[in-house]
Write a protein that binds this ligand. Structure first.
Ligand SMILES: NC(=O)c1ccc[n+]([C@@H]2O[C@H](COP(=O)([O-])OP(=O)(O)OC[C@H]3O[C@@H](n4cnc5c(N)ncnc54)[C@H](OP(=O)(O)O)[C@@H]3O)[C@@H](O)[C@H]2O)c1
Length: 264
């Protein structure tokens, strides 16, 4: 299927690895021009070079920390300068704040809010006027299942994820008349470095003797009985940003192999 977005310009925050990198790759394969960012300059440049070589097309990268308002301004300005416009924003940069209530700290929670609430909102605030003016825009927020189904081990992420679901729905309603579509995806466990950074904690939470056992136990909660691959997430994200998704707004798509058992 031709997704109808060749020539569009996309900003993918946090595209130096994981889901963001694979999303950037899929965009490039569709002829979309892409700007990615991350905090680790070397890793970012490695990814930019690898994407340019394997997928080709127009790929740029800028070191930026989405916890810092000034960095987001620089990032959006750089994408605008490079492409003359931004048609697509994928709010992806972020981490998982896991651990039960007793382990939560104000500092940790503030960081979670800075990346996943303020980081996402600030990027939207800067790109929306351009999308509104051209009466075409796509925004996809990377959220997570704990926003829909609270999990004590995912308490910190759950708080921001619920807020992001509200933000997605609210803005989809407000921006609809401008043909700016706002959607979300809710990943379950996806095989990225995020999982590996959380493996020990999850093993302790699940009473598993090893990270491999934790992985098996976590995967068993999914109907598909396995973790997701970043490229599987990317396929759905890019579709939501495409011309073919022109009548979809305000949805939060579970990309979790059937983990959540509720009706939404
Ligand atoms: N993987 C999962 O199981 C899972 C589950 C639920 C939700 N999610 C969500 O999906 C998104 C992507 O996750 P992932 O698994 O692909 O994670 P990942 O492999 O850790 O990659 C995260 C990317 O974001 C960048 N990043 C993180 N914080 C940043 C910041 N403050 N400013 C700029 N860039 C930043 C990282 O680069 P630097 O570190 O160099 O900055 C990296 O490129 C996240 O929002 C995450 O919360 C993932």
């Amino acid at each position: 299927m031709d997704l109808g977005i060749a020539g569009r310009a996309a900003l993918v925050t946090g595209g130096s690895r994981g889901i963001g990198r694979e999303t950037a790759r899929r965009f490039l394969e569709e002829g979309v021009r892409v700007m990615i960012c991350g905090r680790d300059a070397q890793a970012l440049e490695r990814t930019r070079a690898e994407l340019a070589q394997s997928a080709g097309g127009d790929i740029h990268a800028l070191v930026a920390d989405t916890m810092k308002e000034g960095d987001i301004v620089r990032l959006v300005d750089a994408a605008k300068d490079r492409f003359g416009k931004i048609d697509i924003l994928v709010n992806n940069a972020g981490q998982m704040y896991s651990g039960r209530f007793a382990a939560m700290t104000d500092t940790g929670l503030k960081e979670q809010f800075e990346t996943k609430i303020f980081g996402f909102l600030r990027a939207i605030r800067l790109v929306y006027p351009m999308m509104k003016a051209q009466r075409w825009g796509r925004i996809v927020n990377l959220i997570g299942g704990a926003g829909k189904e609270p999990d004590p081990y995912m308490f910190g992420s759950g708080i921001t994820n619920s807020g992001l679901l509200n933000i997605t729905k609210s803005l989809s309603t407000e921006f609809g008349e401008d043909n700016v579509l706002v959607n979300a995806v809710c990943p379950g466990w996806v095989d990225t470095s995020m999982w590996r950074r959380n493996a020990q904690g999850l093993a302790a939470e699940l009473g598993a003797k090893s990270e491999e056992e934790a992985r098996r136990l976590a995967a068993r909660k999914n109907a598909l009985n396995r973790f997701g691959k970043p490229e599987e997430l990317a396929n759905a994200i890019v579709f939501l940003c495409s011309e073919r998704a022109s009548y979809i707004t305000g949805v939060s798509l579970n990309l979790d192999g059937g983990r959540l058992k509720s009706l939404w």
